[in-house]
Design a protein around this ligand. Structure first.
Ligand code: ZN
Length: 429
């Protein structure tokens, strides 16, 4: 068993009084950041050495002596602000060193900026569905409810941060848990990620699973486009313009939340509802590249959308990865070059532009494009897996299900347990 680090972001609902305290504290953090940044910039400009995190941290007590209001903030939180600045600087220098001439020095934070407050190791308390934070601004407890579905072992929580986004407040809890040992149980699931069918999967027993993508973004993007058009008819930054802009941003948030929510739920189900301990997905980078060279010019707009959703698919893969780890499974990213072009039965490479949804091979193989992809992926994985002996069994099972179909089988809706998954349509015996 080895520890793995996980984070959970949870929305909190401060009262008006608490909100005021949060802003007072955050303001002090922001000023410390700006002061420390000014000092570092000065040093950088004049070639002065020795303005380090340690130096600035040692200065904190002196600052507090002269300006007692900095003691409002829990002392380790202030230290963490300096550490963040140090990290910002380090990454700036690293970027410069690696030839990124456009890398910019960290910037001063403006008045509207809520500085995230990080309570590392201490200063917070988690218990009975609530979290509380130390501060010295006044006697008001900074205590927030946490929904019962989130359970954290107090001793395993390493850090809690308070942040703000668009007037919404969040705590981000970083905790450790023992990563269960992985065991290869001889069962595998290959997954093709796509846009229409977010998931087309086949397991090593030869059963398919198809899940339609939910595209809340389509609905919201329409609304966003409309409101943007109305906004752009107003004078820029006028009150009306700001009004429409606020609505636009609200829609964008809803779109992003819904997409994320869908991906969260689906990834949990995918990981939990299969008996396979090993999940295999294609490398998205390879996928994006293959698509960009295969698409003719008149399909460009479609391509842009395709590569965009590769971004959200990337997040989906991240979800799958850590959710697998959490339960002792693993996710492997595997080279998927040509998986959509290669006939899984005879190996012939076909011309398969994006709009071609069915592979129709001379060898008699007629199969939905996505299904073929994940079968090829599985084949490649199994053929490299010395432990697996059922390679031929896998292919034999498939032949029964895939051969002889003439149109795209309708996707199986919903997502039952592996055993309740229907094998797709006809079986030719
Ligand atoms: Zn073929």
């Amino acid at each position: 068993m080895k520890p793995m680090r996980l984070t959970q972001k949870i929305r909190i609902f401060p009262t008006l009084e608490q909100e005021e305290v949060l802003w007072k504290l955050s303001e002090k953090c922001r000023l410390i950041y700006n002061f420390a940044l000014a000092e570092r910039r000065d040093a950088y400009r004049h070639g002065i050495k020795g303005v380090t995190y340690r130096k600035q941290q040692n200065d904190l007590p002196i600052i507090k002596k002269h300006y007692p209001e900095y003691s409002w903030v829990y002392s380790k939180v202030l230290q963490y602000v300096l550490r963040t600045l140090a990290a910002d600087y380090e990454s700036f220098f690293a970027l410069r060193k690696n030839g990124h001439a456009d890398a910019r020095l960290p910037r001063f934070k403006g008045k509207q900026y809520f500085t995230t407050m990080v309570y590392n190791q201490s200063g917070f308390k988690l218990e009975h569905g609530k979290v509380s934070f130390s501060h010295n601004y006044n006697d008001l407890p900074l205590e927030f409810a946490i929904p019962a579905k989130f359970f954290f072992d107090d001793k395993k929580v390493k850090q809690v941060a308070i942040s703000e986004q668009n007037k919404r407040y969040f705590v981000t809890i970083t905790y450790e848990m023992e990563e269960p040992l992985f065991m290869d149980n001889g069962r595998y699931q290959a997954i093709d990620l796509g846009i229409t069918h977010i998931i087309t999967a086949v397991n090593s027993q030869g059963k398919f699973l198809v899940v339609n993508n939910q595209r809340p973004d389509k609905y919201w993007n329409q609304k966003i486009a409309k409101i943007q058009a109305r906004r752009d008819r107003c004078k820029k930054f006028s009150n009306k313009w700001k009004f429409f802009n606020r609505i636009k941003r609200k829609y964008e948030r809803k779109r992003d939340d819904q997409l994320k929510d869908f991906q969260h739920k689906l990834s949990t189900k995918v990981v939990n509802n299969t008996k396979a301990n090993t999940l295999i997905v294609g490398e998205l980078q390879v996928k994006a590249m293959a698509q960009s060279t295969k698409v003719p010019n008149f399909m460009r707009s479609g391509l842009n959308r395709a590569t965009q959703s590769t971004g959200t698919l990337g997040r989906f893969v991240q979800f799958l990865t850590y959710k697998s780890k959490r339960v002792g499974k693993r996710l492997i990213e595997f080279d998927e070059r040509n998986t959509s072009r290669e006939c899984y039965m005879c190996g012939k490479l076909h011309y398969m532009p994006l709009w071609e949804r069915v592979m129709n091979c001379e060898c008699g193989n007629v199969i939905a494009r996505d299904k073929n992809s994940c079968v090829v992926l599985m084949k490649r994985f199994l053929s490299q897996n010395a432990k697996w002996t059922g390679y031929q069994v896998f292919l034999d099972n498939l032949r029964h299900t895939a051969k002889g179909k003439t149109k795209v089988p309708s996707p199986i809706r919903g997502y039952g347990s592996e055993d309740s998954q229907e094998a797709p349509s006809v079986r030719v015996g």
